[in-house]
Unconditional design. Structure first.
Length: 610
């Protein structure tokens, strides 16, 4: 029997779907694009934040979890990747998370505000315990432009200083919009430059009709700001330039300026009620997350949709603009979404009593960077190119290759030096074409010429005029070669501290490690005789040894004495050091010290890196 045309079409569709496309689950993350952890038997909302190094922090129920960029638990975070709290500390769940500039983690959990060190240990410099009791149930968390902490709660908007104390200059003793006995819940707050903020508040703690209010930096309401009514959901406001973006259930995504003028509303069949969170891509497209009813199972699934800047469905994303993820749970729904620098989309969702973190593919990047040629660098976390040690006055080069893998030519291609760069020491030796044709690759030669000792760092951003193309950031590091580096190069042909060239290696088996050979100016591959002598001269002891002049800036020479080896070693007083002989490369040093009264004394020379 001949196969039908339908069979061929179905087979073709199947083959086409094997190619990863925007909106597909990322197979390199977790298990098939999913990472799951239990909320420890407690329900609630899920929160999510990204670190600059690509690690993902998610929270839900009674747990805060950190994942590595591949979706596995971070073993360096609280010894296993998970922080667990009791129900009394969490209650309905986590309101929001933030990563501070120093890597510390800030979170609102139920009626508490908490801060941890980057390793997951409590930050006791924050209110002495790492925990602050809030006056109300928390809904939102943000930082203003001076790093003060704003917490939206059932009982108003509180502001705390960076050390965890309530800012009494704000509102009424630290709390604005405090209206007893009928409180209004602050469900979302967005801080704009200058210290003011826009606040979304309602009567029902996150649902129902509410208003947007404008506050100045002192927490006083702006009476001239127009009344803006919203149907409040769990979506948060975001600041973009001189306007705010927010989501109103049944109305859609809206944009207002800081004077309250409505710029636009994106409404239509693709923006439905029940959206719990949204975020905006660099190209102006919106990612909205929530839940959708599965007509087959009767259960709710996680739903992620993408719309164009004008609100129309983005048909290039998943299945006609919508990706529904079946979890098999009775009740599932997404709460937060963030977009990585490489365009991939990370989503935090609830799946019954579990938190489900998903990562979806974004649009394929146009710019790819290869180092070495043929090996593409991942954009997250920021890749680092190490120049290693470079001899003073000389240069070291590294070549990366820029390729345009997109469907159209890239114009306005340029490399911008980051603020952390050292302009006189890191340079670019090749010119970048203004236009990079699709499929074309060009080398980019980076140069380090150190002019002073120490570690060197810089960042470079590779940019184009493509609005949906995030800049590709490269981190560069290197250092001026030390005396030790040059000594290794002379004796081992390499500056790398590896193998027989390592500090504690002893290639000539004379019992003297390389570090000591370098300090004494001896040859690491030739057996070295004892270079130190100890003689008694009347009531003093004279300890004499040779040392390398080149090592003086890097090595500490510590002389230690002992009356009895059983008593241990100490640096006794009364030592006098004299240089008795000197060559171009070496110094002969004599150290004198009282002989003591015990009838014997032991001496040793200990060398350590400064």
């Amino acid at each position: 029997m001949r196969p039908s045309a339908a069979f061929f079409i179905a087979s073709l569709v199947s083959l086409l779907r094997t190619h990863a496309a925007p909106g597909d689950l990322d197979p390199t993350f977790g298990s098939g694009g999913k990472a799951l952890f239990s909320m420890n038997g407690i329900g609630g909302m899920a929160s999510l934040v990204l670190q600059s190094d690509g690690k993902i922090i998610a929270a839900g129920g009674a747990r805060l979890v950190r994942f590595l960029p591949d979706g596995t638990l971070d073993p360096d975070f609280n010894s296993g990747g998970i922080i667990s709290l009791s129900y009394q500390h969490v209650g309905p769940g986590w309101a929001d998370l933030a990563v501070l500039a120093d890597g510390k983690i800030l979170a609102c959990a139920n009626r508490t505000l908490r801060r941890w060190h980057p390793d997951g240990s409590p930050d006791t410099s924050f209110n002495e315990t790492g925990v602050i009791a809030l006056p109300g149930q928390a809904f939102d968390l943000t930082l203003d432009d001076t790093r003060r902490i704003l917490v939206g709660m059932h009982s108003g908007l509180a502001r705390y200083t960076s050390n965890g104390s309530l800012d009494l200059s704000f509102g009424q003793s630290g709390i604005a919009l405090y209206r007893p006995p009928n409180y209004r819940s602050v469900t979302s707050v967005a801080s704009f430059p200058g210290g003011g903020s826009l606040v979304m508040e309602d009567e029902n703690g996150g649902w129902g009709w509410g208003v947007i209010t404008k506050l100045n930096s002192a927490g006083v309401e702006d009476s001239g700001f127009p009344l803006i009514q919203v149907l409040v959901g769990m979506g948060r406001m975001e600041i973009e330039g001189q306007r705010a973006i927010y989501y109103s259930n049944g109305i859609g995504i809206s944009l207002i300026d800081f004077q309250g003028n409505l710029e636009s509303v994106l409404s239509g069949p693709d923006i439905l009620s029940g959206v719990n969170g949204f975020t905006k891509q660099r190209d102006g497209k919106f990612i909205m997350v929530g839940s959708s009813l599965n007509p087959i199972t009767g259960r709710s699934d996680v739903s992620i949709r993408r719309v164009l800047p004008d609100g129309a469905r983005d048909t290039s994303f998943a299945n006609d603009g919508v990706r529904n993820v079946v979890t098999g749970s009775f009740q599932s729904g997404a709460n937060r979404a963030v977009v990585q620098r490489d365009g991939k989309i990370v989503v935090a969702a609830i799946s019954d009593t579990n938190v489900l973190v998903l990562r979806l593919l974004g649009d394929d990047p146009d710019i790819t960077v290869e180092y070495p040629l043929g090996t593409s660098l991942a954009a997250v976390p920021v890749p680092t190119i190490d120049f290693g040690p470079v001899v003073a006055g000389q240069s070291q080069t590294r070549s990366v290759y820029l390729s345009n893998r997109g469907p159209a030519d890239l114009e306005g291609l340029k490399v911008v030096r980051g603020a952390a760069g050292t302009p006189s020491e890191f340079t670019i030796a090749s010119e970048i074409p203004a236009t990079l044709a699709t499929g074309e690759s060009v080398p980019l030669t980076l140069v380090l010429t150190p002019s002073s000792p120490g570690k060197k760092t810089a960042t470079f951003e590779i940019q184009s005029n493509d609005p949906d193309e995030s800049p590709f950031t490269l981190s560069l590091t290197g250092r001026q070669a030390t005396a030790t580096d040059l000594w290794r190069q002379t004796h081992f042909g390499s500056m790398d501290e590896t193998g027989i060239a390592a500090d504690q290696s002893d290639p000539d088996a004379d019992g003297i490690a390389n570090l000591v050979e370098f300090a004494l100016g001896s040859h690491p591959k030739e057996s070295t005789p004892n270079t130190g002598t100890l003689v008694r001269n009347g009531s003093t002891l004279e300890f004499t040894y040779w040392r390398s002049k080149a090592a003086l800036g890097e090595i500490a020479f510590v002389r230690e004495f002992s009356q009895s080896l059983a008593e241990g070693w100490s640096q006794v007083g009364g030592m006098v050091e004299t240089i008795v002989e000197e060559t171009t490369e070496l110094q002969r040093v004599r150290v004198t010290t009282p002989a003591g009264t015990a009838g014997r004394r032991f001496v040793r020379l200990r060398v350590t890196r400064r």
